[in-house]
Design a binder for this molecule. Structure first.
Ligand code: CA
Length: 362
């Protein structure tokens, strides 16, 4: 019996060694790709930056080491907002960021990250993967010699931190708030003053009263940033960023050099990273919210309905103006809003109705 076991285990290990050698030989025979990934985040920035690390590691693991990716934080290889151009011209093979950073290249890019009162993370993934959104994104980035991939989603963000209460539309008048993008345009139309500040100046500006309010992301990142020390009123929901998509952009020549199996690995690793970020935010936001409320006496408040209705009407105006400027924006927005109208019918009787139902007996 012992002898049989010995032979069996010896046999198995011999087979194992054989497989290992074959695997090594086949890896050695295949080309290796050493890629650089530039990001728009500080190195290891919570969730957003660590998602870029996760993506690089996943691609390396899935490819058995045939693709190696070195991740660069903002300003390590190129400044944050030059990442798009750097990958476009091939200085780096891939980048990790958010599409609305590139509105200077094309206003349409904004529709691939977030639209005020637009779709949630779950809905937008439906549009991208199964509703025609991804093909439009690829068509847009093709102009820049890039291949895009959705890589992460923040979920619904918070409306932000306010020094004073927001009780009515009148309270938005004269409000100085750090809020970038389309949301900032909407605030301007409501009589406020949107301010664009680099991350490093947000906290001190709010604390000194140079600004009255700021949005950032959600409880997890906002807690780490210490924003509760500068203002106590934490309003929801993040009407301006209901499910912001993060992105990977890949140099098209570099992507085309990959054999088909590695192309599939890169694309599916991005899908895995997309899901991973939404899951991480879901897990970390809820625990951080408890800390903010229980340890830091933060007041969590809902924006009044009439304020939301006004912001929604103004958002439609702002989006229509962007759309009126160019034909491709019209095409993308038509696809996005058609999908949203349809999916809302389903979301309302599924997610929304269930969450309401669950709350009734809680
Ligand atoms: Ca935000």
């Amino acid at each position: 019996m012992k002898r049989r076991e010995f032979i069996k285990s010896a046999g198995l290990s011999a087979v194992g060694t054989g497989l290992l050698l074959n695997a090594n030989q086949s890896v050695a025979a295949k080309p290796e790709f050493n890629w650089k990934m530039v990001t728009t985040w500080p190195k290891n920035f919570p969730v957003l930056g660590t998602n870029a690390n996760y993506l690089a590691k996943t691609i390396q693991q899935m490819s058995g080491g045939r693709i190696r990716i070195k991740v660069y934080g903002a300003n390590e290889l190129v400044p944050a907002f030059e990442a798009f151009d750097a990958v476009s011209r091939g200085t780096a093979q891939m980048g990790h960021g958010a599409a609305y950073y590139w509105k200077g290249k094309s206003e349409t890019t904004q529709f691939f990250s977030a639209i005020p009162f637009g779709m949630t993370g779950q809905e937008v993934n439906g549009w991208l993967y199964h509703g025609g959104g991804m093909a439009l994104w690829e068509e847009l980035y093709d102009r820049f010699n890039l291949v895009p991939a959705a890589t992460g989603n923040t979920g619904v963000q918070m409306a932000g931190w306010f020094r004073n209460d927001i009780n009515s539309v009148a309270d938005l008048k004269g409000l100085k708030m750090r809020i970038p993008g389309l949301g900032g345009e909407v605030l301007k139309r409501a009589g406020g003053t949107p301010v664009n500040l680099p991350g490093g100046e947000v906290f001190t500006s709010l604390q000194s009263g140079a600004i009255d309010a700021t949005e950032w992301i959600g409880p997890y990142n906002d807690l780490a940033f210490g924003l509760y020390k500068a203002a106590k009123n934490y309003y929801y929901p993040g009407w301006h960023e209901p499910g912001s998509t993060l992105e990977t952009f890949i140099n098209k020549d570099a992507f085309n050099e990959l054999p088909a199996d590695l192309q599939a690995i890169v694309k599916n690793a991005c899908k895995a990273a997309n899901m991973d970020m939404l899951s991480e935010f879901t897990a970390k936001n809820n625990t951080a919210l408890n800390t903010l409320v229980n340890q830091h006496q933060v007041h969590v408040k809902a924006l009044p309905d009439d304020v939301l209705i006004k912001l929604h009407a103004l958002s439609n105006e702002v989006v229509q103006e962007v759309v009126a400027k160019d034909v491709f924006s019209q095409k993308v927005y038509a696809s996005y809003s058609d999908f949203q109208q349809q999916v809302m019918r389903w979301s309302n009787i599924s997610e929304y109705a269930f969450m309401r139902a669950r709350g009734l007996g809680a």
